[in-house]
Design a protein around this ligand. Structure first.
Ligand code: AGP
Length: 606
């Protein structure tokens, strides 16, 4: 998604804005730009492609000024060209925008009739012209911005600077997040706290419909009705070190290796040292919950699918899981006394937020599992249970996924115990297995070279099939997503039992088939599937444990023995091999691991 930064103070804005944009690169983008006031006049510098091109432009044509805005653009309307890059400016204003203005065509034709000349294909440029028209009618920058915001339909976070107003920067949000940063004699806006981490740890978040006037020494926030309001200032724990790569080549690898620690950190907030659950007080009684609905997108939805198995098997609680972008439109009837769990790393995914609002409107209690405690999804929930994964910069979600699983399993155990569906002995066993996981994951990470070698064998494949049963079926889906999103190799995840209902037609000696098959209760069933693939010349990669590899590994093309663990916690353990396999395949392919093409870290538009 697009990234926004803004600065007002006494220092030169450009270098600070460029650094802020670099911290937003992980969101994914295809062009970038800055705008400042130079002797009171708007000046912009924009470039297609990566930020270094903008940096080169700034060396060629320096951009002075102490108030400015910056943007990394993930193209929605109009190709990723310099002309479509933000900021979009008239002679009176410059604007950066994250979101989609749904009525921009109507606004554009109205503005063209007023004599406005458009230079881009973007929806954003309409905002710049609209504010300018109001300014020409004699409104102040604040009045002009407020009037323009009222005309916009859709989602936006925007930053605006004004000709002749070197003391003012305006930010506004509706549907896309915008953070306010409080400095000493300087103030900032940013799409998230990460962008502002080197500048300040004092962060507030605009609420829906808010807009803010930033001056070097103060910020005035107005709500949707124009009333002046206070938004709580949070002290973030983010630091430059937390968002550096350290000794790792990529953020994704660093975050894969952080999993033992962050799973441990997350569990420490939910399980006491003597193995008792200590969950936050929930605004509902698990005994009275008639049905659970889980909504999420992408990797988070696969965490939700694992949780479906856990809640149904352990707590005997019916669960409906749906992809948020489908759920938000299918008008699902929802039961009295239902609870909805929204799972999201960023807490800003537009489809998940919209699905949450649908469920809320249907009278559901909302629990969210998020990695950003002050995110929009967290703030829209009745209760937000945080994952303590720390900032996840790699576009491919890894440590957020496994910490989501840790939280969801603890919630499932709590529900099971409250509903009398799980013996205290079994509950303790699972919690103990969870607490032992970080050590087991470290074992797998120590053997990362196996996955490096394995990746060499699949990096030339055109397609790869991932198969698993039961709790490992969602991991097959996740493994396929990891591979395709960073190596660009087509991959599909499927329930192993479904192979005979279609995918078996794909089997030939060019198709690697990855089986996630621990020697659990379903192993023999999956072993038959493995035999069926081998019988047709398929190249089976078996990821199992010692017992499983001993039983059938000799017949497979490649096999890797994972440590043994309680069946309930295997999804967290088996996430690591599929992450490493995807990572090293992407390395072999030479793709941009941390910022894969076309992808954004947080999809804040539909
Ligand atoms: C996962 O690797 C992808 N980056 C993507 O599927 C992601 O999980 C999805 O967009 C959901 O994001 P969220 O967890 O921030 O809501």
């Amino acid at each position: 998604m697009c990234g926004i930064v803004g600065f007002i103070g006494k220092r030169q804005a450009s270098p600070l804005l460029l650094d802020g944009l670099q911290r937003l690169e992980y969101r994914g983008y295809d062009s970038a730009g800055l705008a400042t006031l130079v002797d009171g006049n708007i000046e912009t510098r924009r470039a297609e492609g990566k930020l270094y091109k903008l940096a080169e432009r700034l060396v060629e044509q320096p951009l002075p000024g102490t108030v400015g805005i910056g943007h990394t653009r993930w193209a929605t309307h109009g190709k990723p060209t310099e002309a479509n890059a933000h900021p979009h400016a008239t002679d009176l204003v410059a604007v950066v925008h994250n979101g989609i203005i749904e009525n921009y065509r109507e606004l554009r034709s109205e503005l063209e009739k007023e004599g406005c000349v458009f230079a881009s294909e973007t929806d954003t440029e309409s905002i710049a012209h609209l504010i300018s028209v109001y300014l020409r009618r004699g409104l102040t920058p604040q009045q002009a911005t407020e009037a323009a915001l009222k005309r916009l339909d859709g989602a936006f976070a925007i930053g605006v600077i004004f000709k002749g107003h070197g003391d003012l920067l305006i930010g506004a949000r509706r549907g896309s997040p915008l953070a306010l940063g409080y400095g000493e004699g300087e103030m900032y806006i940013g799409s998230d706290a990460l962008a502002l981490a080197p500048l300040t740890n004092r962060i507030a978040y605009l609420e829906e419909g808010d807009w803010a006037e930033l001056y070097a020494d103060k910020i005035i926030v107005h709500d949707a009705d124009g009333k002046t309001v206070e938004r709580k200032i949070h002290i973030t724990a983010l630091s430059g070190a937390m968002i550096g790569k350290g000794q790792y080549r990529h953020f994704m690898l660093k975050e894969i290796f952080e999993q033992p620690a962050v799973i441990g950190d997350t569990l420490s907030t939910m399980v006491t040292p003597n193995g008792e659950l200590t969950l936050p007080l929930l605004p509902f009684d698990w005994k009275k919950v008639s049905r659970l609905t889980i909504i999420a997108c992408g990797t988070a939805s696969y965490a939700g699918l694992v949780a479906k198995y856990w809640f149904e098997q352990l707590a005997r609680l019916p669960v409906e899981l749906d992809i948020a972008s489908e759920f938000r439109y299918r008008e699902a009837p929802m039961p009295e006394g239902g609870v909805t769990i929204a799972v999201s790393q960023s807490g800003e995914t537009a489809d998940t937020l919209a699905a949450l609002h649908y469920a809320k409107a249907q009278g559901q209690k909302i629990l969210s599992v998020v990695n950003v405690p002050q995110s929009s999804i967290a703030r829209a929930s009745d209760i937000a249970v945080p994952t303590l994964a720390g900032p996840e910069i790699g576009v491919a979600s890894t440590k957020a996924f496994t910490t989501q699983l840790a939280v969801l399993l603890c919630l499932a155990i709590a529900a099971a115990e409250a509903r009398g569906a799980l013996s205290p002995v079994r509950a303790k066993e699972i919690l103990q297995a969870l607490r032992e996981l970080p050590a087991l994951i470290n074992q797998v990470l120590r053997d990362e070279h196996y996955f490096q070698e394995l990746a060499q064998n699949i990096s030339d494949a055109r397609d790869v099939l991932y198969l698993g049963r039961g709790l490992l079926y969602p991991l097959a889906m996740e493994g396929a997503l990891k591979l395709k999103e960073i190596s660009y190799i087509h991959a599909e995840g499927y329930p192993a039992g479904e192979m005979k209902h279609g995918p078996i037609a794909l089997i030939d000696d060019a198709l690697p088939v990855v089986f996630l098959a621990p020697s659990d209760a379903l192993f023999e069933k999956t072993a038959s599937n493995i035999q069926e693939v081998i019988a047709r010349g398929g190249k089976v990669i078996l990821i199992s444990d010692k017992k499983g590899v001993a039983s059938i590994g000799a017949k497979t093309w490649k096999s890797i023995a994972m440590p043994e663990a309680d069946p309930a916690v295997l999804p967290l353990l088996y996430a690591v091999p599929v992450q490493l396999l995807a990572y090293y395949t992407a390395i072999a392919k030479g793709t941009d691991v941390d910022q894969p093409r076309n992808l954004a870290k947080s999809v804040t538009v539909e």
